[in-house]
Design a protein around this ligand. Structure first.
Ligand code: BES
Ligand code: ZN
Length: 881
């Protein structure tokens, strides 16, 4: 494992490397404990670099066996080996020369899941961001692009399948029951996109003919016997390939495209050129074992990794500070794909909920950083919601500002200009500036400045002058990266809704540029005045969530009620109701704190049933409208002195109030949705199930509710309904016998399916209340649990710490102590996983004093431990800073 050097990498220190590696030939002699890697590299000195300048190659945990320079063994004095690097002290003065490096690695002992490792008997690799240096010494940086030829040698019986990037070449037998295969990737690529897989796997194959007529052989590789569960992933891949041609003009560029599912994987999936490697959780699905949510994730992640072929692989990042160049842009693309495959407003609401749940707290806490960070200690810790989700929002805003046609032309120009290059955010923005002739300098602050901007808005209507005025003021709170903020360019989509529910027209507007329903907020204060308003409109702001900001709007509650009924923008209509519910919950929280619990405004229950019963709305949308803000959402809105127990109680109370007021209608709707039409994983079927399961949640709060949920569970014919019923039982009736027997039945039925057992762990880790600390601790000793498998750890400990407010934040600190011990234990084997888990404590400062003290003590107990990984030390120290 890498030792912490305490080194900080800064963007201003970037300089191109002295040498390039135009060609890379790798030979792998695979062996479980002693794999030999021979790297034959063509090295080229960059123009202007002095001949014989030392060549410094990165390495990590490698055993060096030999070095050759231009065909001759390198003398001991000609190089220096250190744990982290190999330096050729006086390389040949020629512009081009060749070196051979032979290293030895132990895939079986590799528990970090970076570099070459084994997962359930399969050899596989993960090289992003800096894992290639765990395979051989190399210029392991994204701006060094090389053409790779890979020869894999392995046992023919145990590893019949040998895969790498690019197109397949020669194959054949070798002495001793071994065999080999050669792969060649003609597209120059950075080392982080290298991949190798060897093992015995089943396959689903298919093919795709590209727009220009290239026939591509497609394969999805999974454990033998699970092929049927890979069909949806294959279907998603084919739809992604077609969509990228239609939406972005991007065609695939090799003869084969393979996806391999492995069961031990730190992330969701990885876009290695022509050989994507996936966490099996994002490949395998059938009705019995996967929920609608799982299907949607598979579709989105298959698409995301495929889309990287152009946004990431053909055009890659100059350095890791530019990570959002590929990740933010590719998330934007996968969002658009899913919106086209499913329902656009439903998708948009889900995206915003995710952004607020993950990115807003990051931006408002000690780990805040710009979409393009300027410094890092450990790059693995920058695969964040800010880089990904806010990065995607920034791309979406470019489209909002330029309009769809110019945006597409800008993308075309970007692809054309930079194909085959490693580039920066400035290059990306320049394509849009050049195509549109617009100045995006102020807009670029979205990449450089951390923190969630706030817009304060108040309105005035002058009936005599028939004018309606919006006073808008922007502010950006200070964050650890910058204490003083500059003014941003915020594209604020809006509508002025008339009494009839239809958007009103105005005759003139002044105070800001307004184009195509978007106010361009650029100054600190704008007074935007609309004339020709015969009646007072109700303003709908940030339609479609056009900018990732918070809003503080001064307005009567009736305006929100009106928008929740009439806003023509689906997102904003949902938002209006969500804001009403949030305000009601915060009001009740405050009066509980003051010792005087209060009720809830009656229009919440009235609106809830109006949404539920509105047949003109899609069922999935109705389900989202009926979903109350989560406990973490409420905590974030309250901001300080959080008591999770009070929030939990308040939220449960509002749910009960809504259920009691609407018992009859909810019951009828639930029954009407109960006719089983058979399972298909499409958006329409998923929407009906989502609505029915949301109604079940409410109905479970009424007399007979536990029996109803138990019946829902036992009659379920698919995992969506089964997991939903188990969730309702455990959340709403944790102590009930029916709940215990449902949990036991689920365990008996799925004990041999680890991915389904993950749901069982997740559901139990989410049970509210103090007893869950001990329950989760006990589950770490369950036979299906493994502290070595990231999916198991995330399902149990990850869910407990990031999605269970009352148990994790138990007032006596027991949740934090268990958590700290687990994080330290995981860190010894898998630093990346430990560091990710540890981010669950990032909002510790907003807790009330007793919990805050316990949380701080737990963080200090981690940071004072010796031998922490760089990954974990970086997170814990920034969290405490
Ligand atoms: N390139 C990443 C995978 C990755 C992340 C590798 C961090 C190394 C370190 C991949 O494209 C990705 O972003 N995967 C996401 C899923 C995606 C749908 C957002 C993931 O793994 O969570
Ligand atoms: Zn990605």
């Amino acid at each position: 494992m890498r030792t912490d050097t305490g080194q900080i990498f800064r963007i201003e220190d970037y300089r191109p490397s002295d040498y390039l590696i135009p060609e890379t030939r790798l030979t792998f002699r695979l062996d479980p404990e002693a794999t030999v890697v021979i790297a034959e590299l063509v090295i080229e000195r960059r123009p202007g670099v002095a001949p014989s300048t030392p060549l410094v190659l990165e390495g990590d945990g490698l055993v060096l066996r030999r070095v050759e320079i231009d065909g001759k063994p390198a003398g001991k004095q000609s190089f220096e080996v250190e744990p982290n690097r190999l330096t050729l002290l006086r390389p040949p003065a020629a512009k081009r020369f060749r070196i051979v490096i032979e290293t030895l690695v132990d895939p079986s002992a590799n528990t970090t899941l970076m570099g070459l490792y084994r997962s359930s008997g399969i050899y596989c690799t993960q090289c992003e961001a800096e894992g290639f240096r765990r395979i051989t010494y190399f210029l392991d940086r994204p701006d060094v692009l090389s053409v790779y030829t890979v020869r894999i040698e392995a046992d023919a019986a145990s590893e019949p399948l040998l895969l790498s990037n690019g197109n397949p070449g020669e194959t054949g037998p070798l002495p001793g029951g071994r065999h080999f295969a050669v792969w060649h990737d003609p597209h120059p690529k950075p080392s982080y996109l290298f991949a190798l897989v060897a093992g015995d796997l089943g396959v689903v194959d298919d093919s795709f003919v590209t727009a220009s007529g290239r026939k591509v052989a497609l394969g999805v590789y999974v454990e033998h016997g699970k092929e049927d569960r890979a069909l949806y992933a294959m279907d998603s891949l084919i739809r992604s390939m077609r969509w990228d041609e239609e939406a972005f003009g991007c065609e695939y560029d090799l003869d084969v495209f393979n996806i391999v599912a492995v069961s031990d994987f730190n992330m969701g999936a990885m876009e290695n050129k022509g050989l994507n490697i996936f966490n099996d959780k994002y490949v395998l699905a059938d009705a019995e074992t996967a929920t609608d949510g799982d299907y949607a994730n598979i579709e989105a992640i298959v698409a995301h990794e495929y889309f990287h072929n152009w946004t990431g692989n053909r055009i890659t990042c100059r350095d890791w500070f530019q990570l959002c160049l590929k990740e933010g842009l590719t998330v934007y693309r996968d969002h658009e794909f899913s919106a086209d495959q499913r329902s656009r407003p439903v998708k948009r609401i889900s995206e915003v909920r995710t952004l607020r749940a993950h990115q807003f707290p990051e931006d408002q806490g000690p780990l805040a950083h710009p979409v393009r960070p300027r410094r890092y200690r450990e790059i693995n810790n920058f695969y964040t919601a800010t880089v990904y989700e806010k990065g995607a929002e920034v791309v979406r805003m470019i489209r909002t500002i330029l309009g769809p046609a110019i945006f597409r032309q800008g993308m075309d120009l970007y692809f054309e200009r930079h194909d085959g290059q490693a580039v920066t955010i400035e290059d990306f923005l320049a394509a849009f500036q050049d195509i549109s002739g617009r100045d995006l300098t102020q807009f670029a602050l979205w990449y450089h400045q951390a923190g969630t901007p706030n817009l304060s808005v108040s309105t005035t209507y002058d009936a005599t002058a028939q004018t309606f005025t919006l006073e808008i003021e922007q502010s950006v709170p200070p964050t650890p990266s910058e204490s003083r903020k500059r003014l941003m360019h915020i594209p604020l989509a809006f509508g002025l809704v008339g009494a009839d529910g239809v958007d009103m027209r105005w005759t003139t507007v002044d105070g800001a540029t307004v184009e195509d329903g978007v106010i361009h907020v650029r100054k600190r204060r704008h007074a935007v005045r609309f004339s020709g308003m015969a009646t007072r409109p109700v303003v709908s702001l940030n339609r479609g969530f056009s900018a990732p900001v918070t809003l503080s709007v001064e307005r009567p509650r009736d305006d929100l009620v009106f928008l929740a009924r009439h806003d023509g923008d689906g997102f904003s209509r949902w938002q209006a109701f969500n804001t009403l519910a949030t305000d009601a919950l915060i009001g009740a929280f405050r009066s509980s704190l003051g010792g005087k619990p209060s009720g809830f405004p009656s229009e919440i229950a009235t609106l809830a049933v109006a949404f539920a019963a509105d047949g003109a709305l899609e069922p999935a949308y109705r389900a989202l409208a009926l979903t109350l803000p989560g406990e973490a959402d409420i905590a974030r809105e309250i901001g300080a002195n959080i008591d999770p127990d009070i929030i939990h109680g308040t939220r449960a109370e509002l749910a009960r109030t809504i259920a009691e007021a609407n018992a009859a209608t909810f019951g009828e709707l639930y029954e009407a949705l109960s006719t089983d039409e058979g399972f298909t994983p499409d958006a329409a079927g998923a929407g009906r199930r989502a609505l029915r399961n949301t109604l079940l949640d409410y109905l479970s709060l009424l007399p007979g509710g536990a029996a109803l949920a138990a019946r829902h569970f036992s009659r379920a014919t698919n995992m969506t309904d089964m997991a939903a019923a188990l969730g309702v039982l455990t959340q709403r009736h944790p102590g009930n016998d029916r709940t215990q027997s449902a949990l036991a039945a689920f365990e008996r039925r799925f004990s041999d399916n680890p991915l389904v057992m993950d749901k069982w762990f997740q559901i139990q880790a989410s049970v509210p209340g103090p007893g869950t600390v001990e329950a989760v601790e006990a589950l770490t000793r369950h036979p299906a649990y493994s502290t070595l498998n990231p999916n198991r750890v995330r399902s149990l400990v990850g869910t407990f710490s990031s999605a269970n407010q009352t148990a994790f934040h138990r007032p006596d600190g027991a949740g934090y102590r268990f958590f700290a011990a687990t994080v330290l234990d995981v860190d010894g084997r898998n630093p990346q996983l430990a560091a990710r888990l540890a981010t669950a404590l990032r909002s510790w400062r907003s807790l009330e004093a007793v919990r805050r003290d316990h949380a701080r003590t737990a963080l200090l107990s981690i940071s004072s431990t010796e031998g922490l990984s760089t990954d974990l030390r970086d997170i814990v120290e920034r969290t405490l800073a």
